[in-house]
Design a protein around this ligand. Structure first.
Ligand SMILES: C[S@@+](CC[C@H](N)C(=O)[O-])C[C@H]1O[C@@H](n2cnc3c(N)ncnc32)[C@H](O)[C@@H]1O
Length: 241
């Protein structure tokens, strides 16, 4: 099925996506057309595709190291995974999605956009066994469950980036004990600002600790360091323009 007409991008989209904008416009067409027709997005989302979806996801790109392998857990209609793959040709993005209808949509989008750095994998995060540098997600599950699914998918050097928006800090507080039990070493809430104010968001960044060992004094038992830790921030890659 051909893509439909996506709403015209706001001026901020040109600023954020640079020369990748035509690719994002084509993706917006898919979301506004087949995405809504097949029930992957609500009918009212067509009007707010850019601030609420495409620009909202765009801020993640600044938190992903150069050349990273990425798994977007629960990609749905491709958010944030398709946006990231379109922005960052240097990264390889697996779009992990269990539902056939959504995975089929993603296959069609990836083929139509010619995203050679993206692949669709149909499956559930907790049954997936590959390892990545970065695991992303948006609107998939509460932070404790999401962390339990995402942490095993990153190696010791990897990071989990969960787009959580306004609830980010509250979720970190609510699930602090669960994160400690999972051996998380560092928890950070990172601002992902956008020139389109409505699209600005917050990302929970989790750094795993060493594999848990039994007995008192295991590193994970001390609990995570919470807050900002500029020294541990990833190298900021150049924007793909
Ligand atoms: C609310 S949608 C969000 C989709 C997309 N990330 C977004 O922000 O628009 C949640 C998605 O998570 C997927 N999902 C649910 N449980 C999952 C699991 N255990 N592993 C991977 N994906 C899962 C669902 O199929 C659905 O596509």
């Amino acid at each position: 099925m051909a893509p439909g007409d996506g709403a015209a991008p706001p001026p901020a989209a040109g600023e954020v996506f640079g020369d990748r904008l035509p690719l994002l416009e084509r993706y917006a067409g898919w979301l506004a057309g087949a995405g809504i027709e097949r029930g992957l997005l609500g009918p009212r989302e067509a009007e707010r595709l850019w601030p609420r979806h495409l620009l909202n996801c765009a801020g993640l790109a600044d938190l992903v190291v150069t050349g990273a392998s990425v798994c977007d857990v629960g990609s749905g209609a491709g958010l944030p995974g398709v946006v990231l793959a379109a922005q960052r040709e240097d990264c390889f993005v697996v779009l992990l999605e269990p539902l056939l209808r959504r995975a089929t949509f993603l296959e069609e989008v990836v083929a139509d956009l010619g995203l050679r750095n993206a692949r669709v994998v149909r499956g559930r995060a907790e049954q997936h066994t590959a390892r990545y540098d970065v695991v992303t997600s948006r609107a998939v599950a509460p932070l404790d469950r999401l962390a339990a699914w995402s942490l095993p998918l990153v190696g010791e050097e990897g990071v989990v980036l969960a787009l959580k928006g306004a609830r980010a800090r509250q979720e970190v507080e609510e699930h602090a004990a669960a994160l400690a039990a999972l051996g998380v070493q560092e928890v950070e809430v990172v601002d992902a600002p956008s020139p389109e104010p409505e699209a600005s968001t917050e990302v929970v960044r989790l750094v795993p600790g060493p594999p848990p060992r039994r007995g008192p004094g295991r590193p994970g038992a001390r609990g995570p360091r919470v807050g900002r830790s500029p020294g541990s921030r990833p190298r900021r890659p150049p924007r793909a323009r």
